[in-house]
Ligand binder design. Sequence first.
Ligand SMILES: Nc1nc2c(ncn2[C@@H]2O[C@H](COP(=O)(O)OP(=O)(O)OP(=O)(O)O)[C@@H](O)[C@H]2O)c(=O)[nH]1
Length: 630
Amino acid sequence: MSKVRIYTLAKELGVDNHKMLEILDGLGVSYKSVSSTIEEDTVELIKQIVEEEGAAVTGGGSEPDQAARTEPEQAPVEVQAAVQSGTVLSGTLEPAPGQLPVEGRATEAQPRPSEVAVQEVSAAAAQEIPHRAPVVTIMGHVDHGKTSLLDYIRKTKVAAKEAGGITQHVGAFEAKTSKGRIVFIDTPGHEAFTTIRARGANVADIAIIVIAADDSLMPQTREAIAHAQAAKVPMIIAINKIDLAQADPEKVKTDLTQLNLVPEEYGGDLIVVPVSARSGEGVEDLLEYISLTAELEDLRADPKGQFSGVVIEGKVDKQAGVLATVMVQEGTLHVGDFLVVGENYGKIKAMTDSGGARIKEAGPSTPVQILGFSDVPTSGDKVQSAKNEHAAREVIAQRASDRRDEEDARQRRKAQRSLEDILGPLGQVRTVNLILRADTQGSVEAIQGILARKETDDVKLNVMFAGIGAPTEGDVLLASTAEAEILCFSVTPSGAVTKIAETKGVEVKSYRIIYELIDEVDRLIKGNIEPVFEEQYLGRAEVRMVIRHPKTGNIAGSYITDGSFKRNAKAVVRRGKEVVYEGTVVGLKRFKDDVREVQQGYECGINLDWNDVMEGDIIEASEMVEVEQK
Ligand SMILES: Nc1nc2c(ncn2[C@@H]2O[C@H](COP(=O)(O)OP(=O)(O)OP(=O)(O)O)[C@@H](O)[C@H]2O)c(=O)[nH]1
């Protein structure tokens, strides 16, 4: 009995994939994606339904092709009987009573109410927000053929620029396929993808993971997969270099199952397409799968809506000045528009499409190169439009003020993190995200084996990625977006990676003994990470005179008799045996200068933001110090 893929059947019958899935849902047939296969019985039934619906809705106007019309023996009545008895149809078909209103189908002259509803809803949706082209990123291990694949697609699917000359690299290009436009991000590697994501933007709708058929899964393949999974972007696997004699696509598929990624032909839902970037074999299939996936994702954007976009690449051109490639995500860009990026703005002086042609406007899913920014924007920066220059400036002023507030708030939070901040709302299942790095596959597996037994009902351990070798910048970016901690065994991050981790606030911890690493995991599981602060004595000062200050109030002119005083330290004021005030050192002055700290033996002005300080008072300073926990 031969099986047929859903999308192949849809194509054959001339209906779109969504419609096909609706029919399958109506029949109660389970499937994973449009590339899942269906049994021959079901195929016959669907052909019947499509044929009848065509007749019912259009009065026979919609003509399915030959295959759909040449089944005279498959009379509707027989089909009904078969479905209702449940005896003839096998495999994945589970007729759900009530979901299958086949009665009277053969003689129906009008569409059923449910059909009308479906048609109306989709018509309304299409009217409201139109579909947009998918944006695809290609990731994979070094030398597996990302660039070659992109080059092949560019060469065969991008119309040559009329004016001639070499098209500049702008970080993205648009391919025209029989199924419509597909936009490829061609900034090499997954760095672009993760950098963009690390800045809070998601630009890719679909990730193609390229795996060389002669090399199978390699460390960066696993990384790329982890990134796509973390971004919840659908993945398509392109097994490349199938033209090579030593190519072993089956091994790649088996290796994928070890990552719990099960290719469709093994019963899973992972789309795997064998290709050769050299000969072009399979590339059409790959493009078709991209369109299918995009169709299922139902990607839409409103060209009339408020503009928003993301910077793909920015650079300085010696002649033109600052050039930025921006992906339009919503709305439409026009030459002359004011754009705001971060705390900068610019006016679009000129715009070119990815083929280098001058354009005046650009709608959703269009990468455009923009001339008009004064500073080079960073990839991943979000771009918005403003009505005019004044509005652009206002947005920037607001952003600068928000950023300062956020910085202040972060400082304050650091000082007073509560248990709930760290653990999340109590009583809920908490997930500890981890990225593991170790020197050998054996160590990785050993650690994962131990961790698998550590999960509790309240705490889930999620190893987002486990790899061999030192942690990379990509790991840090993944950790920063997913709030994960990077744990290393017998490997250490390079200086550059440590630096990025510091700026991103990502913890990278290295261990030489597995059980020390496991202890850290235990600590994370217990959530025993709230900092413990201890009050530590700083110093003592004697108030020798009270200085009246018109603005700040009374200042205690003091002499430091012991230790030191620091700005922001806690202060206790004693008068004889009595404590007369407790507060904070809000300011410290040496002569006219504000200072952070004053040592024993020096005179200084101490501002306690308290006006009743008196000569002879003793001020004691202390500070809260975070203590390391065992
Ligand atoms: N035989 C064969 N060779 C290929 C194929 N695709 C790529 N190659 C070769 O594999 C090598 C690496 O290809 P690239 O396209 O540079 O690989 P990449 O993944 O972009 O590599 P990086 O940019 O370095 O990460 C080159 O020598 C290509 O010619 C293919 O389908 N068949």
